[in-house]
Design a protein around this ligand. Sequence first.
Ligand SMILES: [Zn+2]
Length: 62
Amino acid sequence: MNNQSNMSKVLAFFSESKFCNDCDTRIRFGDIDCPHCGCDLDDLYMQWAHNLLKNLNCEEEN
Ligand SMILES: [Zn+2]
């Protein structure tokens, strides 16, 4: 696997916009909860991480 392209994928994921599942407020990476409705963003980050790992083809098999 090519490291350079993996880094590009990671950077692309970081710059990707994420939105609150409840109120669609735009979330900046690092926010722990939604600045608008206070919704916990754990699920959002877990899903985000899951997609990133899948994208890098190193998803854990369990
Ligand atoms: Zn929200």
